[in-house]
Design a protein around this ligand. Structure first.
Ligand code: NCD
Length: 308
């Protein structure tokens, strides 16, 4: 059903299509060996115009673990972009060589543009401060894994809500489920952009606060994020805001026993390392699940089935 499609933002897929991906991801998680060769002969381009550890590694690992191959770059100065080639031309040429393109770019809208020139499916691995749909698939699989339901949740998203693309994608995706309530936790300067709030208006309830302490006790999920230094025009402003929230052991004492703490990573200072050993801290497990959901996504977009 998903063969040949692009993933530019999470709502490109219906809830049923997402469920299909999660079912497959869970099956791969249960018995990875079955899938070892399903992408044999397939090639994925991994074009990273912006730094990445988890997203790039988990995509590349996903493709290799399915028996496929990967080409690409993580440093655009090694590609023809540095000679002034347009993104459209790079896309046309690359899509002639591969079966799938994964792209991260600092500019909003790049993945959409690429999908208009590509002859193969394009996956947005993060476009500027806009969207990061495969992180959202990771986040949803994590929520399902630990909370067993996408409905009836109170979710706190905390940190940089202006530039945090993983948060923008998550909020959009969660607004399609039932009885979701959000706490947008940020300093005023980093509050949720109006265009996101307008989109979710009437679909979910949300409140805005600058106090984590006031709301942490009510949350089912706390999604922390780093302040996105590279997207600030003014370094002093970044320095002033970067440590606004620090989740530590003491704050965790105010949270429910079954609250989970998520983070797309990389973490800077916003979660103290003394939280890592708390059973409610699931961010490293989340990064691990991200590889399985990407394996499932690759299979679905390539239309690859398990032959048994
Ligand atoms: C995030 C990203 O790149 O948007 N990380 C990720 O993909 N796991 C978050 C971030 O950079 O802070």
């Amino acid at each position: 059903m998903l063969k040949g499609r692009n993933l530019i933002e999470p709502t490109n897929f219906t809830i049923e299509e997402l469920d299909e991906i999660f079912r497959l991801a869970n099956d791969i998680l249960r018995d990875e060996k079955k899938y070892i060769d399903v992408c044999h002969g397939k090639l994925m381009a991994s074009l990273f115009y912006e730094p990445s550890t988890r997203t790039k590694f988990s995509f590349d690992a996903a493709m290799y673990r399915l028996g496929g191959n990967v080409l690409g770059f993580s440093d655009p100065t090694t590609s023809s972009a540095s000679k002034g080639e347009s993104l459209a031309d790079t896309t046309i040429v690359t899509s002639n060589y591969v079966d799938l393109i994964v792209c991260r770019h600092p500019r909003e809208g790049t993945a959409q543009l690429m999908s208009e020139y590509s002859s193969v499916p394009v996956i947005n691995a993060g476009d500027g401060g806009h969207q990061h749909p495969t992180q959202t698939l990771t986040d949803l699989l994590t929520i399902q894994y630990f909370k067993h339901d996408f409905n009836n949740l109170k979710i706190g998203v905390c940190g940089d809500l202006v530039f945090g693309r993983t948060i923008h994608s998550l909020v959009r995706a969660m607004s399609r489920y039932e009885n979701i309530e959000f706490e947008f936790i940020s300093p005023k300067e980093l509050s949720m952009p109006d265009y996101i709030k307008e989109e979710i208006e009437g679909k979910v309830r949300y409140h805005e606060t600058n106090s984590l302490d006031e709301v942490i006790g009510d949350l089912d999920v706390l999604y922390m994020s780093r302040v996105q230094r590279e997207r600030f025009v003014n370094e002093e402003e970044y320095v002033r805001l970067k440590d606004y929230f620090i989740l530590n052991k003491e704050k965790m004492e105010m949270a429910k026993d079954d609250m989970i703490v998520m983070h797309p990573l990389p973490r800077v200072n916003e979660i103290a390392t003394d939280v890592d050993s708390d059973k409610r801290a699931v961010y490293f497990r989340q990064a691990h699940l991200g590889m399985y959901v990407r394996m499932a996504l690759i299979m679905k977009l390539l239309g690859v089935e398990l032959n048994d």
